[in-house]
Design a protein around this ligand. Structure first.
Ligand code: RP5
Length: 162
């Protein structure tokens, strides 16, 4: 199946965070691909990925990076596809560096920036699915079912079971 969402990340060390975006998309039945693409260590790979993304059939790009996190912004600079940025939690500054690197884009080149870490990765997956669902009724139904299941799973009892 042709991937509709491309999940890229700056390092293999980002996978533990970014896998949550992949798992969310898998749960919703959205075809996706994953690849390590570093803005700093593999700039040519980033150029090739971002400039070719739309022609390869991708509709949304999710980019996660930590520290001096230029990957989402540079990807957004080279494709008209929507780019969702996930700030990966860094060891030195707990992801504040990643967040500020990704969120403060100059007007004209948007990156939809999510929360730091796992929550951001999950929400990037959900947001990518929601974007695709605007033109895919079956996916919209799967997304609504996912949300309903989540709602049902929230206990009224504040005391944990067991
Ligand atoms: C960034 O540097 C990556 O996105 C990663 O979050 C961070 C550290 O990378 P490694 O040194 O673990 O490869 O480019």
């Amino acid at each position: 199946m042709t991937a509709l969402v491309g999940i890229i990340m700056g390092s293999t060390s980002d996978w533990e965070t970014m896998r949550h975006a992949a798992e969310t998309l898998a749960a919703l039945g959205v075809a996706h691909e994953t690849q390590v693409v570093s803005a700093h260590r593999t700039p040519q790979r980033l150029y090739d990925y971002a400039t070719g993304a739309a022609d390869r059939g991708l509709k949304v790009v999710i980019a996660g990076a930590g520290g001096a996190a230029h990957l989402p912004g540079m990807a957004a600079a080279m494709t008209h596809l929507p780019v969702l940025g996930v700030p990966v939690e860094s060891k030195a500054l707990s992801g504040m560096d990643s967040l500020l690197s990704i969120v403060q884009m100059p007007g004209g080149i948007p990156v939809g920036t999510l929360a730091i870490g796992k929550a951001g990765a999950i929400n990037a997956g959900l947001l990518a699915a929601a974007i695709l669902a605007t033109h895919d009724d079956a996916l919209a139904e799967r997304l609504k079912a996912w949300r309903a299941k989540q709602t049902e799973s929230v206990s009224t009892d504040p005391v944990p079971v067991g």
